[in-house]
Ligand binder design. Structure first.
Ligand code: GLA
Length: 470
């Protein structure tokens, strides 16, 4: 019976693919998926003896799942907790199945999935279309069905499928298609995250209509880094290619500009055992530092639970942590990922996160824009030497509007723009009410179609607005 149902599903999927369905027909990712993914923050840490709290291990995911459930992340919409590369043992098991590294994941993935599910969350896992993953662990080439079945039997809910180590582009494309079909054949709902267009692009123009038939979201561009130059390059690339990629995004299939590394907290190791004033003296006299009091010892030193963060300042200098975005740049990333209808995967350490970063990442009104049910991706309307203006059509004839100040010198700059042209002349016609969501929320009032609006934007920062028709 189950086999017959699976066969039927497969026939249905194959038929749908042949019939050029608009989106992968698995009913998933109707809005951009949200969650946490280990890569940008934790990379390929495998030495748990030396770095027990930073290595890619069962413990890391259990601790993140605990935080996600207990500290408002799940309730804000971040439902997937995703394992990236480096979770595997170096070889497959005797039956040819992928297996987790037994020392780092002693309970195995099934047990971890059960734990994650018990917290009301979903588990994501990682594999690769080629013979090896990008970090050199076993890839899924020639094992697509077996690996899909293994993931389904473990209770996995999302697969990030990387594109390293294929012999040819044909093999890469075929692998992405076959894994999509293999996941569907399992009968389990598994969101399928691809990097297919990114690996094709240097040689071939991606066929997004086809990619959308197989994938729930797809990476187009390089990995995000924890730096302003990386965020800028992703935004520039997206604006440059918007004529091709914006129209393809929608419920079931999204352009993926990669993880949100937004975090402004610098965790202190227990060994630091320094007072706040010592740290100030060593790391940034005269700068505007703040701190989270959590973890402060009775002797006034800051222990491993402490969290030091620079507040509202513009220098991108790295001091003791590896966090490259200023407050304004973090605001820009959050605002622009909402405008771009981007899958919202954080890659940060939820055990050490500043109240400001948490406020930003859990901001209900901004998340509502990211998750807007109309599912239309936003686009750049205007750009000059100093400013970029973006808009995103929302349900209920509303629009999200972002003004980014790309100057990296000077102070806040005023940008004035006419409301007449927003939404092709419809957003504020005949009138609209405007609310600012970022960097702080406030009602801006009611405007008519022929009005202009002025906003003040910090260097590398963004003002995010919601325009509601009246
Ligand atoms: C590639 C991907 C990254 C990450 C690494 C893991 O670079 O683009 O997102 O998954 O591989 O090795």
């Amino acid at each position: 019976m189950a086999a017959a149902r699976r066969t039927l599903r497969w026939v249905a999927v194959a038929a749908a693919a042949v019939a050029a369905a608009l989106a992968l027909d698995n009913g998933l990712a109707r809005t951009p998926p949200m969650g946490w993914l280990h890569w940008e923050r934790f990379l390929c840490g495998t030495d748990c003896a030396a770095e027990p709290r930073r290595c890619v291990s069962e413990q890391l995911f259990v601790e993140m799942a605990d935080r996600m459930a207990a500290e408002g992340w799940r309730d804000a919409g971040y439902e997937f907790i995703c394992i990236d590369d480096c979770w595997m043992a170096p070889t497959r098991d005797k039956q040819g199945r992928l297996q987790a590294d037994p020392a780092r994941f002693p309970g195995g993935i099934r047990k971890l999935a059960d734990y994650v599910h018990s917290k009301g969350l979903k588990l994501g896992i990682y594999s690769d279309v080629g013979t090896k993953t990008c970090a050199g662990f076993p890839g899924s080439y020639n094992h697509y069905d077996l690996d899909a079945q293994t993931f389904a039997s473990w209770g996995v809910d999302l697969l990030k499928f990387d594109g390293c180590n294929s012999d040819s582009l044909e093999q890469l494309a075929e692998g992405y298609r076959l894994m999509s079909l293999a996941l569907n054949k399992t009968g389990r709902s598994i969101v399928y995250s691809c990097e297919w267009p990114f690996y094709l692009r240097p040689v071939q123009k991606p066929n997004y209509t086809e990619i959308k038939q197989y994938c729930n979201h797809w990476r187009n561009f390089y990995d995000v880094y924890d730096s302003w130059s990386s965020i800028k390059s992703i935004l520039d690339w997206t604006a440059l290619h918007q004529d091709t990629i914006v129209k393809i995004a929608g419920p079931g299939g999204w352009n993926d500009p990669d993880m949100a590394s937004t975090a402004t907290c610098i965790p202190l190791e227990a060994s630091a055992k320094k007072t706040f004033h010592q740290l100030l003296a060593e790391n940034g006299k005269g700068e505007n530092w703040g701190r989270n009091m959590e973890g402060k010892g009775s002797d006034g030193t800051l222990g491993s639970g402490s969290c030091l963060h620079k507040q509202y300042q513009l220098r991108t200098q790295l001091v003791i942590g590896n966090f490259g975005l200023s407050w304004d740049q973090s605001v820009t990333q959050m605002a622009m990922w909402a405008i771009m209808a981007a899958p919202l995967f954080m890659s940060n350490d939820l055990r050490h996160i500043s109240p400001e970063a948490k406020w930003l990442l859990q901001n209900k009104e901004v998340i509502a824009i990211n998750q807007d049910p109309l599912g239309k991706q936003g686009y750049q309307l205007f750009k000059d030497k100093n400013f970029q203006l973006w808009e995103r059509p929302l349900s209920g004839r509303a629009y999200a509007v972002a003004v980014l100040n790309q100057q990296e010198i000077g102070g806040p700059q005023k940008f004035t723009f006419s409301l007449t042209f927003l939404g092709n002349g419809l957003a504020c016609n005949p009138a609209c009410s405007i609310r600012q969501l970022l960097p702080a929320s406030r009602d801006c009032g009611v405007y008519s179609w022929i009005s202009s609006l002025s906003v003040e934007v910090n260097p590398t920062g963004t003002v995010l607005l919601k325009v509601l028709p009246l």
